[in-house]
Ligand binder design. Structure first.
Ligand code: PD2
Ligand code: ZN
Length: 288
């Protein structure tokens, strides 16, 4: 009997693994439901390799990392399900929370003046975005990110220092574990294809990158303007889209550098108007 690998089967396999089931368990389920073991194994391997390649992940990552939680992560204090969090200099609203992937959407993290101040300071320094290149440990232009970008140094200006201190209080994570703020500008048509923000443990350049503060364990994307159309931050594994609204922010954390965190995310194409964001990446240890 020939067994056909349908698109539905592929989707089911990916869903099982993304939900945290090991490939061995998925194989067992397939065999229990009548698949020949060698055909099932082939379908599983082909499907997962294809899925990982589509998302730019080295398949060795899956074998190289443990399924157990390994890292502590930043986390806002949401005990008592507050509608507002008082950060001393500003009250921030909690708009949406999701347990897995861990996602929290905040309202009013930045004032309009702070958003405009960041854009004005970043604008003269914008250049085609580079991403950290895990193959080499350096930086490279990435075709998956069609925005322009720049980095501020941590504490570079009074405005940046104030915002960084506020973020540290919001997610209860040391200021010194944060990378410098990155500002991105997307023109119509620009996007950031789905990716993971952690560094691929199996990539050759990762050891070098990790010397500066360890893994990334959390991301805060702050929206500095409201695009006319498009530009949401999307989480394809769970079908979530966070609208870009000036002053709001989306936070997500990842307790291991692994796709089971379901933190695959992207910036949807801007359809009309432009989009400005500032991203704060949080490391395990002090970022130097
Ligand atoms: O601009 C965004 O929405 C976005 C999406 C995905 C930003 C990032 N990733 C990032 O800065 O890592
Ligand atoms: Zn990202």
């Amino acid at each position: 009997m020939t067994q056909v690998i349908t698109p539905e089967l592929r989707r089911w396999i990916v869903d099982q693994v993304v939900a945290g089931h090991t490939p061995e368990t998925v194989l067992q389920s397939m065999c229990t439901s009548g698949w020949q073991e060698d055909v099932a194994l082939d379908a599983l391997e082909t499907t997962l390799a294809q899925h990982l390649a589509e998302h730019g992940v080295n398949p060795d990552t899956v074998a190289a990392t443990s399924p157990d939680p390994v890292l502590s992560v930043p986390e806002p204090d949401l005990s008592g399900a507050p509608g507002l969090i008082d950060l001393g200099d500003r009250q921030v609203s909690v708009l949406t929370t999701l347990a897995r992937p861990r996602v929290v959407v905040f309202g009013g993290l930045l004032s309009n003046e702070e958003c405009d101040g960041l854009i004005a300071a970043a604008r003269p320094r914008m250049a085609r975005s580079l991403t950290v290149e895990t193959q080499t440990g350096g930086e490279a232009v990435n075709a998956d990110r069609t925005s322009d970008g720049m980095f501020f140094r941590r504490g570079e200006t009074e405005l940046i220092d104030r915002i960084e201190q506020r973020i540290a209080r919001l997610v209860r994570w040391p200021l010194h574990n944060g990378e410098g703020l990155q500002v991105l500008n997307y023109q119509p048509g620009a996007q950031y294809k789905p990716h993971y923000d952690y560094f691929d443990p199996a990539a050759a350049g990762t050891a070098t990158i990790l010397k500066r503060g360890g893994q990334r364990v959390g991301t805060l994307v702050m929206y500095l303007n409201t695009p006319t159309q498009g530009g949401a931050t999307t989480f394809p594994d769970v079908g979530l889209a966070v609208a870009a609204q000036r002053g709001n922010a989306v936070f997500f954390s990842y307790d291991r550098p692994h796709p089971t965190t379901q933190t695959l995310h992207g910036g949807a194409p801007v359809l009309a108007g432009e989009k400005w964001v500032a991203t704060k990446w949080l490391r395990e240890g002090e970022f130097v």
